[in-house]
Structures are given as structure tokens and as C-alpha cells.
Design a protein around this ligand. Structure first.
Ligand SMILES: Nc1nc2c(ncn2[C@@H]2O[C@H](COP(=O)(O)OP(=O)(O)OP(=O)(O)O)[C@@H](O)[C@H]2O)c(=O)[nH]1
Ligand SMILES: [Mg+2]
Ligand SMILES: [Zn+2]
Ligand SMILES: [Zn+2]
Length: 579
């Protein structure tokens, strides 16, 4: 009987508990859970937003940051790519890599906070007595709903963040790629149109992308390791309009803008390049010919004439570097004293003498004054004839314009006819010993051996020492202008040489020049002027003097004897014209 009563009491008790539970579920758990879910959603969203703010504002100290040092180590995109050349020490563009790191961090930190809430609550409940649990389960249900709400709110906001970050990043990439493409194209177009390159006067490397030094604060070891050297200043992953150097300094991208404020250097040998390198029209003029042909005197006389001329227009001419200034001082001293320049040292690697021609007008599209850097290379005749030495003269390969100097006193016919009777003139001429054809062919062969397409190059064919030549009593002295000089060479058995030059080069013009004077028009500068005429260069405008008198019967040293070069020789005669 007591057992029956006990069972009955238990059944009633359980029924009562179930009844009360149902009531508690409906009237306590359900409403509280609803409130819990709503609160949870808000709290979850708040956690995600708080984490996002902390990461983006930078108060989350542990956010992984892609630093310039990692960029240098090759970890720009997270893995180590097989790059031979190290990237520049600069901060990567935010939307290239950091945005991904930030989003990942926000997700991780939010999830960790939510997970922590779950774990903490679970730990508390696991320790409770089951009777307590049976009494307060409706409240636990509401707490569970709250936690579920937190997780859901968190995930929702994270998804929204992924979408927003994705959209903003996508837009940034779109605009960035467009801007990078345009800026690079503009740089490229400028260099193409104005034939702008940077050429190293020492190692002869020619590049469109010089390296630039950051003027910011870099520790000494950093400078030693070239951490301040930006080898690729073009817009890209390290910045579109600007880049921030690892030292914190903001640097302009694009060669056009960088060349204004940063100092350029040769990416190959580290030599400091001229201001405006890779933006200025770059003209390289190698001068070749036999030893003692008169190459150095031609350059000397031409450059002194150019720098002493007073342009009538608003162009200006100046020496581009210390080496050029030093050389020029020597040239001017020699010319003014009437002396002779020392023989060029065959053991020294030639260094370009660079002259800057600046246009005074500011021109569209950047309202920049355009300038030209003219590099003249002078090597010793013996070195040019020596295949081992001339193989190192890479400047010959990179030139569009060359000057070949021929000493008329080395022409066998002239020598045979006059050397015996005019020893004094021949002694003054210090005639070249090498046959003109040989001195031409050694360099032409060298160019061919190095795969240079000479058919794209212009050649100024210069017959030197005209002042001394005029003193020989020739029956048929060379006339003025390109065509007469060419005919004179053919008449003097140099038809093979003329043919070879015209076959090898795109355009050839002939000049008869004396290096003893310093007149700008009609002087030793004429071959250079003709070479520059095909380049996008604005030349100093000097009033044209009276046309030179014919060569025959001239008095040595007279104005007419100084040069008989055609003031504006037409490129026509040389271009495939037949004798
Ligand atoms: N009168 C006269 N002499 C000249 C002229 N050009 C060169 N010379 C003389 O020719 C000689 C050789 O001239 P350079 O200019 O040194 O010859 P180069 O071709 O540079 O010779 P390397 O340096 O040995 O390759 C010198 O003694 C000059 O004085 C000229 O136009 N007139
Ligand atoms: Mg010389
Ligand atoms: Zn160099
Ligand atoms: Zn810096």
C-alpha cells in the first residue's frame, strides 16, 4: 500500500513538474529567450564592430602587419616568391595585402571572443547540481538563446564586413589598376615621344627606369645595404600615386615625377645619373676613327663652340656634371692657347662628356621645360681597333647617332702625292697611320658582332683637319657641303669606304671640318648639329653667318678655312645614293 501511494505521489509529482515546466517554457523560457536572442544579436554585432574598429584604428597591437622589411624579404604576397631582385623597402599598398590580413584578424578576434563566452558559460553550468538545473532550466534556455544570438549577430556582421571589404577592395583594385596603367602608359609614352632614357656615363647602361635614393632618415647600415634605394619607382603594389618608404618618407611614383625631386642613379653600377635622366631626351654620340684622326679635337672644338655660343632663342646650354666641366676647362684652355690636346689614354675606359640643352619654354602637357642630355664618347683610336678593348665599349651599341672621323692625311693617295714635298704640313697634321677603311671596318665589324642594327643609326662622316688640307696645292680640293665632300672621297679612292658606310648605316652625311676654330655655325659642331636634327631636341638658335667661301685658294687659318661643312647638309646624299 505505501508503495502504491509512493508511486502515485511520484506520478503526480512528475505530472506537476511537467505541467509547471510547460508553463515555465511558455511564460518564462520563451519570452526570455526571445529577449535573449535579440540581446545576443546586438552583443554579437557589437563584438564584431568593436574588433573591426580596434584592428582598423590600430589599437589591436597584435594585428599582423606586412612591413617594408617583409616586402624586402620577398613576402609581399605572403609566400616567398622566386624573385632574384629584391623589392624596394616600402610599405605595400593597403588594398594589396594588408586588407586581407586585417579582415582575417577581425574574424579571428571576434570568433575568439564569442567562443570564450560559450566556454565560460558551459564551464559554469557543468559544475552545477542537477537539481538546480531542473529548477532553472528555463533561464538556461534563455541564456542559450542569448549565446546563439551572440554567435549569429557576430557571424552576420562578419559577413557584412567581408562583403563591404570585398566591394571596397574590388573598387580600389579597379581604380588602382586603371591609374597604374594610365600612369605607366604616360611615363612610357613620354619616353617614347621624347626619346628619353637614362644613360650611365661610366658603365654605358641605358635604362628607362633609374634607381632613386630616398632622402629620408635611414640608419647608416640601411644606407650601406641600399635600403634607401628604390629600384622600381613605377606605380604598383607599393603605391599608386605615392609610396611610403620604409623610413616613413612619402615618395612620388612614376619616373616623370620622381626625377623632379629624387636623385637618380644607375641601376647597374650605382653611378649618380644626371638630373632629369630618363625624362630628358637622351642622345649618345660615340666618335670613332683611327688613332690621331682628330676625334678629340673635333669634340673639343664642337663643345667649346656650342657652350660659347649665345643662343638667340630661350634655350640654354650647360655642362651636365663635374667630369664634363673638368674636360671642358681642359678643352677651352687648349683651344685658347692654340695648343694640341693630349692623346687619348687607351688604358682608360672612356667616360661620356655630357652637355645639357634646356628649352626655356614650358610646354604641354606638363608645363615642364624639356631638356636634352647629349653624351659624347671619345675613345683612343688604338683601343677602338683592338677587339678585346672595343668589346667593352658598349656605348657604341646603344647609340642612334655616331660620328666617324677620317684624317685626310691618312688617305694613301694624298700621302703619296704630297707627303714628300709638304713635310711641314704632314708633321702638323700628325697624320693617322691606319688606313681609313681599316679604322672604319674595325668598329663597324664590332657593331655587327654585337648584333647592333646599324641600319637604324645615323652616321656623320667627318673629314678632319680641313685647315691643313687647304694648304696643299690640290687640283680638286673638296668643295663645301655633304655631296662635294662625298665626291671628293670617292675621287680619292675611298669609294669602298663610302659604299660600306652607306650600306651599313641608315643615313650618312659628309662634313669637312677644322677643329682649330670655335665658331658655332659652320664649325666643328656641324656634324653634331646634323646628328641632333633628327632628335626631338630644340637647338640653340644662333644667327647664321655668311655662307663660307669655297675651299680652293684659301688662306690658312682664315674663317673659310676653319670649316667647309654644309651648314645644313641634307641627309639625302648619304642614304643609299650612288657615286
Ligand atoms: N691643324 C689641325 N690639326 C688637327 C685637327 N684635328 C686634329 N689635329 C691634330 O691631329 C692630331 C691628333 O688629334 P686628336 O684629336 O688627338 O686625335 P684622336 O683621334 O683623338 O687620336 P687618339 O686620341 O690617339 O685616338 C693632333 O696633333 C692635333 O693637333 C684640325 O682640325 N686641324
Ligand atoms: Mg683622342
Ligand atoms: Zn652605370
Ligand atoms: Zn626612406
Amino acid at each position: 500500500m505505501p508503495i502504491v501511494l509512493a508511486v502515485l505521489a511520484a506520478i503526480v509529482g512528475i505530472a506537476l513538474y511537467v505541467y509547471l515546466s510547460i508553463l515555465a517554457f511558455i511564460f518564462i523560457a520563451m519570452p526570455l529567450s526571445m529577449v535573449g536572442v535579440v540581446l545576443g544579436l546586438l552583443v554579437g554585432a557589437g563584438i564584431a564592430l568593436y574588433r573591426a574598429t580596434a584592428v582598423l584604428v590600430g589599437t589591436d597591437q597584435d594585428t599582423p602587419v606586412r612591413t617594408p622589411a617583409e616586402v624586402v624579404a620577398g613576402k609581399l604576397a605572403g609566400r616567398v616568391p622566386a624573385r632574384q631582385i629584391r623589392r624596394d623597402f616600402a610599405w605595400p599598398n593597403y588594398f594589396f595585402v594588408q586588407v586581407r590580413l586585417d579582415l582575417w584578424r577581425i574574424g579571428l578576434r571576434s570568433a575568439a571572443t564569442v567562443e570564450q563566452m560559450w566556454v565560460n558559460r558551459a564551464k559554469e553550468v557543468v559544475g552545477w547540481d542537477y537539481r538546480v538545473l531542473l529548477c532553472i532550466w528555463p533561464l538556461l534556455l534563455a541564456a542559450l538563446a542569448f549565446l546563439l544570438g551572440v554567435a549569429a549577430g557576430n557571424v552576420m556582421i562578419l559577413l557584412v564586413l567581408v562583403v563591404v571589404f570585398g566591394l571596397v577592395t574590388g573598387l580600389a583594385w579597379l581604380l588602382g589598376l586603371l591609374a597604374v596603367g594610365l600612369l605607366r602608359a604616360f611615363d612610357h609614352a613620354w619616353q617614347k615621344v621624347f626619346r628619353a632614357h637614362a644613360s650611365c656615363p661610366r658603365c654605358y647602361a641605358v635604362t628607362d627606369l633609374p634607381a632613386y635614393r630616398c632622402p629620408g632618415q635611414h640608419p647608416r647600415q640601411g644606407r650601406h645595404a641600399d635600403m634607401d634605394l628604390h629600384r622600381n619607382i613605377r606605380p604598383g603594389r607599393l603605391g599608386v600615386l605615392w609610396r611610403v618608404c620604409g623610413c616613413g618618407r612619402r615618395l612620388p611614383t612614376t619616373v616623370l615625377r620622381a626625377s623632379r625631386v629624387l636623385s637618380a642613379q644607375c641601376p647597374t653600377c650605382g653611378q649618380k645619373l644626371h638630373k632629369g635622366a630618363a625624362v630628358s631626351t637622351d642622345v649618345r654620340i660615340p666618335v670613332f676613327g683611327a688613332a690621331s684622326a682628330g676625334k678629340t679635337h673635333l669634340i673639343m672644338s664642337a663643345l667649346v663652340a656650342l657652350l660659347r655660343a649665345e643662343p638667340g632663342n630661350d634655350t640654354s646650354v650647360s655642362l651636365a656634371d663635374e667630369h664634363a666641366e673638368r674636360m671642358f676647362r681642359g678643352y677651352a684652355r687648349t683651344l685658347d692657347s692654340g695648343g694640341s690636346a693630349p692623346k687619348t689614354d687607351a688604358s682608360q675606359q672612356p667616360i661620356a662628356v655630357t652637355v645639357r640643352m634646356q628649352d626655356g619654354r614650358r610646354r604641354w602637357p606638363l608645363q615642364r621645360r624639356r631638356s636634352t642630355l647629349m653624351h659624347v664618347f671619345d675613345a683612343a683610336g688604338e683601343a677602338l681597333s683592338d677587339p678585346v678593348q672595343n668589346a667593352r665599349y658598349a656605348y657604341l651599341d646603344n647609340a642612334r647617332t655616331l660620328a666617324y672621323v677620317l684624317d685626310p692625311f691618312s688617305i694613301p693617295g694624298i700621302r703619296d702625292s704630297y707627303a714628300a714635298n709638304f713635310t711641314e704640313i704632314f708633321a702638323a697634321a700628325n697624320a693617322a697611320a691606319e688606313h681609313p677603311e681599316l679604322s672604319y671596318q674595325t668598329t663597324a665589324q664590332r657593331l655587327r658582332d654585337h648584333g647592333v642594327r646599324t641600319k637604324r643609326q645615323r652616321l656623320a662622316f667627318v673629314v678632319s683637319k680641313s685647315d691643313l688640307l687647304a694648304r696643299l696645292p690640290m687640283d680638286d680640293p673638296p668643295g663645301t657641303g655633304s655631296t662635294p665632300v662625298r665626291s671628293w672621297l670617292i675621287d680619292n679612292q675611298l669609294d669602298n669606304l663610302v659604299k660600306a658606310a652607306e650600306r651599313d648605316f641608315d643615313t650618312v652625311a659628309y662634313f669637312l671640318v677644322s677643329a682649330m676654330g670655335t665658331t658655332y655655325e659652320g664649325g666643328a659642331f656641324e656634324p653634331f648639329r646634323w646628328l641632333l636634327a633628327d632628335e626631338p631636341v630644340r637647338m640653340p638658335d644662333i644667327p647664321t653667318p655668311e655662307p663660307p667661301a669655297p675651299l680652293a685658294g684659301r688662306v690658312p687659318g682664315s674663317r673659310a678655312a676653319e670649316s667647309s661643312a654644309d651648314p645644313a647638309p641634307s641627309p639625302g646624299p648619304g642614304r643609299g645614293s650612288k657615286p
